[in-house]
Design a binder for this molecule. Sequence first.
Ligand code: 13P
Length: 293
Amino acid sequence: MLVNATKMLQDAKAGHYAIGHFNINNLEWTKAILTTAQELNSPVIIGVSAGAAKYMGGFKTVANLVKNLDEFLGITVPVAIHLDHGTYEGAKACIEAGFTSVMFDGSSLPLEENLAKTRELVELAHSKGVSIEAEVGAIGGTEDGITADGEVADPEECKKIVDCGIDFLAAGIGNIHGIYPANWTGLHIDALHSINDATGNIPLVLHGGTGIPDAQITAAIKEGISKINVNTDCQLVFAQATIDYCAAGKANPTDDNKSKGYDPRKLLKPGYDAIKAKVKEKMELFGSVGKAC
Ligand code: 13P
């Protein structure tokens, strides 16, 4: 059931759990995430970056793929189709293309410009029933050219962007996309506490969900994180499962002409199963299992 992400995230915040946002890259990923959410009776957010959407055939193709799969697979749990780290133009295009949720990432813009564009997009998104996430610029992060720690958002700036009317806020608390460096110092739970205090009841978003120790995820949820974005973890398990299948010679041509392990439906199956297992593990950790109503 396609919905915007507002209610599922408000419920998560009130219930002290988080909804997984899982990025998609193709049909297999989309099916794996949707079917796992259904099996676990969990709401879910299907995220797509502009780059992945371009690879998959554009925003309309992605919106229609998710909608049609949702219908074909008989998915009844709440599913939001969400633009990840959108530009101003990208967010507008996704609202037009039938996404139910968008992120406008104006964090690299001067604050006043970010606020003005966010305000404008909030109005447009809400006029179409679409939920909207935004992000403010951040401080810290790189020292002597070495990024060992993610950026930490300023609570006052967070409050300003929340006042633009957004539905959920991405706030840096030391998190980083991709694989964390060995000398990463961990999430700044104290900073999250201040941001949560400054922004009231709005659901907060944790990007860079891959590789954060479970205890820190649990602590972050306790301090107001209600949406956790995961991409690299699914990429890693998908790649490894495919590598193992090929390394075992299962994709090689065979004499019997029966097994046909090179058939793409067979070749991609181990990766599909691996994503399902990873999504299940994350939903259990985030506490969203059984929360679809
Ligand atoms: P990871 O790739 O680190 O899991 O982060 C995903 C993300 O934050 C997408 O916005």
